[in-house]
Structure formats: structure tokens, C-alpha cells
Design a protein around this ligand. Structure first.
Ligand SMILES: Nc1ncnc2c1ncn2[C@@H]1O[C@H](COP(=O)(O)OP(=O)(O)OP(=O)(O)O)[C@@H](O)[C@H]1O
Ligand SMILES: [Mg+2]
Length: 235
């Protein structure tokens, strides 16, 4: 089940190169990619054909994010300079309370990156699913080590809802290993979290906090007053 979780990204990557036209504007290209590639995938997801992929996340684009032009600007800015970000391994951290749009923006950023560079390797993981998968595979045959090595080298990895996993030495070590591998390989990680920076340091150690926030990371922090979109009935 988990392997299928963000299978749409893999399908997108596989399908997109054949869809690239030469004489179209950037806008036409985006529209076509969305129409020919993303929408059919989302349609599959909604029919339940794609395993556990949450349709709510699949439909999160910058275009349907309202209310915070500042946040949009920061995400767009990051997506536009993605090559340098990737080369320098600059992380993108989205912090804030429940329902303010962190996951939405992380998903929208993922789409932006993929639409711009369909061949890019991106992994999107709700942290609790990553932990469950890693546990299951470790208990099974130790293959998760290799998976972690892959994740250390992906162009982008999104860790959604860091801090929602159970607080154990094992999860702490897993997260440290992942973050430090990506840091050593100069690969950026996108993180969404309800945790404050000090809580991240407390929970995972200063070495994780320093690797996440250091090196000019882009931090988008929703203030305590930001609206909860779920409660507003926005979703
Ligand atoms: N500014 C916005 N414009 C449009 N939809 C939004 C906006 N912010 C949030 N939403 C929608 O509200 C719902 C909740 O947002 P989201 O899941 O991104 O919250 P979150 O900050 O990740 O919350 P949590 O900490 O509980 O994971 C989603 O369906 C999302 O698409
Ligand atoms: Mg979320």
C-alpha cells in the first residue's frame, strides 16, 4: 500500500517527458501537463484506483491556495530557483498550527517542481507513513537501509507533519539518519510541522535542528493567528 502512496509522482515523471512540446508557452505547457497528466491521475485516485493516495493532497496546487499571497510568493520563489536550491541543498520548512495550509503548500510546491522538471526525483512522505514503512521493512529483511540511502539522494524529499510520529529513540534515529544523509549529499528537504524550532531541537537534537535550519533554509512560518482552513469550512 505504501509503495503506491505517491505513485502518482512516479507516473507523472514517467509520463511527462513525452508530453513536452517545443512551441508552447510556459502557461500552455502547464495547462497541458495538468490536463493530460495530473487530472487523469487525480481521477484515478478519486476512483480509489491508486491505493491510499489522499485526494485532498493530490488536488493541492498553488492556484487553489487562497488567503496568503505572502506564502504563495515564498513558495513560488523557492520553486523558481529550484536548481540552485537543489545544488546547494537549501531546505524549505513550513511551520504553523493545524489546518493553516502547510501540507497544501508542500504538495503545491511538489507539483510546481515536477511540472518544471518532470524528471526530477521527488518523494512525498507523511512522516507517520514513512515510519510505518521503515519499521515494516526493517522487521522484514533490513531493506529499509537501502531505501534510506535512496532517500538521501532524491532531488527533493517532502516530510509532511514532522513531529506526528511516535516519540521513540528509533524514530529519532531514523529522522536523524535521513536528515543528515540529505545534508551530507547537499539535497534539500521540505518539512511541514506543528513544532516550533526549539521543539525540533529538543525532540531530535541540536544536530538535526542545525542541519534543517542552517545553510540559509527558507522558513515559512504561519503565525498563531493564521486561520484554520478546516474549521472555516474551507476544505
Ligand atoms: N489558503 C488556503 N487556500 C485554500 N485551501 C486551503 C488553504 N489553507 C488550507 N487549505 C485547505 O485546508 C485543508 C487543511 O490544510 P492543510 O492540510 O494544508 O493544513 P496543515 O497546515 O497541513 O494542517 P495539519 O497541521 O493539521 O497537518 C486542506 O484541505 C487544504 O487544501
Ligand atoms: Mg498537514
Amino acid at each position: 500500500m505504501n509503495e503506491n502512496y505517491f505513485d502518482l509522482f512516479y507516473r507523472l515523471k514517467a509520463a511527462a517527458p513525452t508530453a513536452l512540446g517545443v512551441e508552447e508557452t510556459e502557461e500552455e505547457r502547464r495547462d497541458r501537463i495538468r490536463r493530460d497528466i495530473l487530472d487523469p491521475i487525480v481521477h484515478d485516485i478519486e476512483r480509489g484506483a491508486r491505493g491510499a493516495i489522499p485526494a485532498a493532497v493530490a488536488r493541492c496546487y498553488l492556484g487553489n491556495f487562497s488567503a496568503s499571497p505572502k506564502a504563495l510568493e515564498v513558495v513560488k520563489g523557492y520553486a523558481e530557483t529550484k536548481k540552485e536550491k537543489r545544488d546547494e541543498g537549501i531546505n524549505f520548512i513550513i511551520q504553523g498550527n493545524a489546518g493553516v495550509g502547510k501540507t497544501h503548500l508542500a504538495a503545491a510546491l511538489t507539483w510546481e517542481l515536477l511540472v518544471k522538471s518532470p524528471r526530477m526525483n521527488v518523494d512525498f512522505w507523511p512522516i507517520v507513513d514513512l515510519v510505518s514503512l521503515a519499521k515494516a521493512v526493517f522487521e522484514d529483511d533490513g531493506q529499509a537501509r537501502f531505501r534510506l540511502e535512496d532517500m538521501g539522494l532524491m532531488d527533493f524529499v517532502v516530510l509532511d507533519d514532522l513531529g506526528q510520529e511516535r516519540r521513540t529513540d528509533w524514530t529519532r534515529e531514523l529522522i536523524f539518519t535521513l536528515i543528515s544523509r540529505r545534508y551530507n549529499n547537499r539535497r534539500p528537504t521540505i518539512v511541514t510541522t506543528n513544532l516550533e524550532s526549539a521543539e525540533i531541537a529538543d525532540r531530535y537534537g541540536d544536530s538535526v535542528a542545525s542541519r534543517l535550519f542552517g545553510g540559509g533554509a527558507v522558513v515559512l512560518k504561519f503565525g498563531a493567528g493564521a486561520a484554520d482552513f478546516r474549521m472555516k469550512g474551507g476544505a
